[in-house]
Design a protein around this ligand. Structure first.
Ligand SMILES: C[S@@+](CC[C@H](N)C(=O)[O-])C[C@H]1O[C@@H](n2cnc3c(N)ncnc32)[C@H](O)[C@@H]1O
Length: 253
C-alpha cells in the first residue's frame, strides 16, 4: 500500500510531471542527492529510490508496526546493544521529526517516563511525547527546552539531527559535526551524572576530535553503525554512557 507521499511521487514519476519551476517533485530528504542532476537523471535516480524503498525491509516493517520512519530500528538496535534508555527515564530527542525515535523512546520509558522531542520541522503529536519546534543552535530554542525540563535533568540525550545535504562531502560532514556539537553541549549542561548520549554524525575528518570530547566526558564511548543504517550512508552514531559531569566537558565556558 502506498502512502500519500509515495502516491504523489509515484504519480509524478509515472506521468513524468514537472511542477512549480518546471522541476520534478523531489522529497525533502533527497534534494541534496539530486542537486545538479538533469531532469532525466533525477527521474532515473528517484525511480530507483522508489523501487529500493519499497523493497527495504525496515521501511516495510516501520509501516507495518506503526512507526513514522525506518529510523525507529536504528534506535532500537543501538538500544538493544548499549541499553541507553530505560523505563522511567527522562529522554530528550533532538531532531525528532517525523517522530519514530520519540515513538520508540516513549515505549521504552513507559508511562512513568518523559520524552521531549524537538525539531526544526513541525511534528504530528505523539502520545506521551512533549514536542517543541525550533533550531537547536538557537539560544531561544534551548531556553524553551530548558523550560519544559524545569528542575529535572535528562537521563538520556538523543540526537539524530542531520543537516540538509548538499552532496559536498566535507561541507555536509562539517555541518553534521556542528549539530553533533550542539547536542553534546546540551547534554553537558542537562544530563544527570551517569546519564547517556547517542548522537548521529556523518563520518569524516572531524569525527576523531568529536569522539575524543565525548570520550573524555563519558565513562564509555563508542562509534556504532546499526544494521538499519543504509550501507551507502556516511552516517554513524556516537554512543556515550556514564556522563562524568560538567567539569570533564573541556569545551564548556
Ligand atoms: C534524520 S531526521 C530525524 C529522524 C528522527 N530521528 C525519526 O526517527 O523520525 C533529522 C532531523 O534533524 C532535524 N534538524 C536538523 N537540524 C536541526 C536543528 N538545528 N535543530 C533541530 N532539528 C534539526 C531535521 O529537521 C530533521 O527532521
Amino acid at each position: 500500500m502506498l502512502s500519500a507521499v509515495d502516491a504523489i511521487v509515484h504519480v509524478a514519476l509515472c506521468a513524468g510531471l514537472t511542477l512549480g519551476s518546471g522541476r520534478l517533485i523531489v522529497p525533502a530528504g533527497l534534494q541534496g542527492e539530486v542537486a545538479g542532476l538533469t531532469d532525466w537523471k533525477r527521474w532515473a535516480y528517484m525511480s530507483k529510490w522508489m523501487h529500493e524503498r519499497r523493497r527495504d525491509q525496515y521501511y516495510r516493517r516501520a509501516k507495518g508496526e506503526g512507526y513514522r520512519s525506518r529510523a525507529a530500528y536504528k534506535l532500537k538496535q543501538v538500544n538493544d546493544r548499549y541499553h541507553l534508555v530505560r523505563r522511567g527515564d527522562v529522554v530528550v530527542d533532538l531532531g525528532c521529526a517525523p517522530g519514530s525515535w520519540s515513538q520508540v523512546a516513549a515505549q521504552l520509558v513507559g508511562p512513568e517516563g518523559t520524552v521531549i522531542g524537538i525539531d526544526l520541522q513541525p511534528v504530528e503529536p505523539i502520545p506521551g511525547v512533549v514536542i517543541l519546534q525550533g533550531d537547536m543552535v538557537e539560544a531561544d530554542t534551548v531556553a524553551a527546552l530548558e523550560e519544559v525540563l524545569g528542575a529535572r535533568q535528562a537521563d538520556v540525550v538523543l540526537s539524530d539531527m542531520s543537516p540538509k545535504t548538499t552532496g559536498h562531502r566535507l561541507r555536509d560532514h562539517l555541518r553534521s559535526v556542528a549539530l553533533a556539537e550542539a547536542a553534546f553541549d546540551f547534554a553537558c549542561h542537562h544530563l544527570r551524572l551517569g546519564g547517556n548520549l547517542l548522537v548521529k554524525v556523518f563520518e569524516g575528518e572531524a569525527l576523531a576530535e568529536f569522539l575524543s570530547e565525548v570520550g573524555s566526558t563519558f565513562h564509555f564511548c563508542k562509534v556504532h553503525a546499526p544494521p538499519a543504517s543504509r550501507k551507502e550512508s556516511s552516517e554513524t552514531y556516537v554512543v556515550g554512557r556514564g556522563f562524568h559531569g560538567m567539569p570533564r566537558c573541556s569545551h564548556l565556558r
